[in-house]
Design a protein around this ligand. Structure first.
Ligand code: IFM
Length: 447
């Protein structure tokens, strides 16, 4: 492919399309107890070395708390329009309730200043899984009261920063909090209980609705929304069992979070399937949850492949798999977005808030060659453009991730960054994918 052909398709995107990169607090900040920060459930979870594949933790991570200026300069050098990051709740409210920590707010204020200096717009996420341990001690997301504490936190953030950021998302991937945190114990707080995980998903949705109202009350000018991890679910074969499995999977994962927000109820199929594990819902909960959102953040990585056979029929993986073992399936992105557009007539503008891949990158002679990641991003952008041409209103794309970082229970072994991090020295090195993304974004200037 000629160089110009590589970047030409940039001009297919609208001129004002937002090109960004994304991270989250626990995965990059480190400074786990600096300046009054309280512990989060991930600090606690990492204390048990068996929970994290390489026995690591987030105490230092990418040391972004101390190196944010360098990281903002890196972003500026890439020419991104926007940066999506999350706030560590326990940094600004150590116990998750009660007193605010001014030093914690100061950090985010300095970060916003640094971004503004470089004309990089901020998209913040309030909750990317690091619940203050103080709230976990009171029952965590299983306790309905946590939803109200979350609304207090959202209100305070919107009051302080609502006019300095372009967008605020309440949650990142509540599916993960519920299913991995409470369903299969892979994530903090490490509970394995299906009934609890379903109740938690309801409290997360409730907290989203309460937070939306709280933020609107303070008159924030930021766009307000939520970020969901989403996929299509494909039956491995034509068998009834596989087709039923795929239908249920889509209902319990995607529609479970979309229907309450857009339709004011849970999907019937999933509710029936959950039987006695269905959540306790109070009168009026759906009215709280069903708030108009200004944007939907969609995180897309793979499709769900559904096989009821034992052993299961493997996914074809025509485009290969990533270092996480996830099937690369760009075709699923337009399929998903078109399905959402058809199912939810009130679908607001969409941002692809995460997309990217883990790759077994190595640094050689100061360079990291990651053609796999370039191909991944390129193919997903081409797929995204298909959805946009078919009428889906997509306004931006955030590559996951700016930096290699703490990949939850996989520790530091899985590298998602377009910037390589040497954890021993904290040296940052642009990978080939970062250089590619920079040229891709810059190609717009000549449009
Ligand atoms: O690293 C995570 C991120 O925190 C949430 N979305 C998926 C990414 C890759 O697993």
């Amino acid at each position: 492919m000629t160089k110009s052909a590589q970047f030409d398709f940039q001009n297919d995107f609208p001129h004002d399309f937002t090109w960004g990169v994304a991270t989250s607090s626990f995965q990059i900040e480190g400074a786990w107890d600096a300046d009054g920060k309280g512990p989060s459930i991930w600090d606690t979870f990492c204390l048990d070395k068996a929970n994290i594949k390489d026995g690591s933790d987030g105490t230092v991570a990418c040391d972004h708390y101390h190196r944010y200026r360098e990281d903002v300069a890196l972003m500026a050098s890439l020419g991104v329009d926007a940066y999506r990051f999350s706030m560590a709740w326990a940094r600004v409210q150590p116990d998750g309730k009660g007193a605010w920590n001014e030093a914690g707010f100061d950090f985010y204020s300095r970060l916003l200043d640094a971004l503004a200096e470089k004309n990089i717009r901020a998209h913040i996420t309030l909750y990317h899984w690091d619940l203050p341990q103080g709230l976990q001690d009171d029952g965590g997301w299983l306790n309905r009261d946590t939803a109200y504490r979350f609304a207090d936190y959202a209100r305070e953030v919107a009051r302080r920063f609502g006019d300095r950021v372009e967008a605020i998302a309440t949650h990142n991937e509540p599916w993960c909090t519920a299913n991995l945190g409470y369903g299969n114990a892979q994530f903090a707080p490490g509970v394995r209980d299906l009934k609890q995980s379903i109740q938690v998903s309801h409290h997360l949705l409730l907290s989203h609705g309460l937070a939306m109202t709280a933020m609107r009350e303070v008159g924030s000018s930021a766009k307000l929304g939520i970020v969901l991890n989403q996929w299509t679910a494909d039956a491995a074969t034509d068998s009834q069992a596989d087709r039923d499995m795929a239908e249920f999977e889509y209902a319990r994962s995607v529609q479970w979070f979309m229907d309450p927000i857009f339709k004011g109820h849970y999907p019937e199929l999933a509710l029936r399937g959950h039987g006695d594990n269905a959540p306790v819902v109070h009168d009026g909960d759906f009215a709280i949850i069903q708030q108009k959102i200004d944007f939907l953040g969609c995180n897309y990585y793979f499709r769900s492949w559904c096989s009821a056979a034992v052993p299961p029929v493997p996914a074809p993986a025509r485009h290969g798999v990533t270092d996480m073992g996830w099937e690369i399936f760009p075709e699923g992105l337009p399929e998903l977005l078109l399905k959402l557009k058809a199912e939810y007539p009130d679908l607001p503008p969409v941002y692809i808030t995460e997309n990217g891949m883990a790759n077994a990158d190595t640094i050689e002679g100061g360079q990291v060659h990651d053609p796999e990641r370039i191909a991944y991003v390129r193919s997903h952008l081409a797929a995204l453009k298909e959805a946009m041409d078919a009428g889906v209103n997509v306004q931006g794309y955030f590559l996951w991730s700016l930096l290699d970082n703490f990949e939850w229970n996989s520790g530091y072994a899985k590298r998602f960054g377009i910037v390589h991090v040497d954890y021993a020295t904290q040296q940052r090195t642009l990978k080939d994918s970062a250089l590619w993304y920079r040229e891709f974004i810059a190609a717009r200037a000549t449009a």
